[in-house]
Write a protein that binds this ligand. Sequence first.
Ligand code: HEM
Length: 254
Amino acid sequence: MTPEHIELVKATVPVLRENGVALTQYFYNRMLANHPELKNVFNMDHQSSGRQPRALAAAVLAYAEHIENPSFLAKAIEHITTKHVSLNIQADQYAIVGDNLLHSISEVLNVPFESDLIAAWKEAYLQLADILIQTEKNKYEGLAQQNGGWSGWRPFEITAIEATETGKKFTLKAQDHQPIPTAEEKSYISVKVQVPNHEIQQPQQFIFSEAQNNSEYQIEAKSVETPTEFSVANILLDHYKVGDTVQVTAPLKG
Ligand code: HEM
């Protein structure tokens, strides 16, 4: 990035800090309207609670503030990429996010799209996206190389359901009967379910309360306080039976 572009991006930080959440909420609405297929990727519960828009706003602001020193963001990058890989985020989706984010900045700040400011933000976004894409590529390769490992979604069958004090424990076995990696306590997988009465699927992370050393994974679904029709735990509790299939990503820690 040129020094002029760095200055332009940094000068926008105070405005974004004021408008950060509004901007990203606008961005999400814009992106999901243009790309409804991404409703299968984002957790619609988290969208309505504002959690994800806030997280992204914080990441964008932190990046803008430390644009001259991207290594400052190493910890955040590790956290974001682990989460993204657990959700099977793909490199080509960065172009969609970038396009919608830049148009949103232009529309919310009322700055022409063909301006130096948006050009500067484009460079900043591409710089961050490149780092995330490369880190995620390495993580996907690492997952696939593990013993029994895989990258992306893999179908698992529910082979047992047991009531617990707080919900239900689901036992999941790979549908292909091939080996799966062991997993440490506190590592997590994403589980994707079909939303009843909607043409979409929803993912959610589940943390293992103990190490997983057998040829199956066990997760506990606990009812959320104020469930919506998109709450994955409640969909599992109310609609999934032994013999049904869910999609699962490989265990990750972080
Ligand atoms: C430079 C670009 C991006 C940045 C800075 C970014 C940042 C973040 C952050 C900070 C989180 C929150 C992590 C947490 O839960 O603690 C997150 C989660 C997530 N990101 Fe990204 N992200 C980017 C690109 C993308 C792309 C291209 C996609 C795919 C379309 C994507 C999809 C998601 C999803 C689905 C989540 C989980 C949200 C949820 O449902 O809770 N992100 N991202």
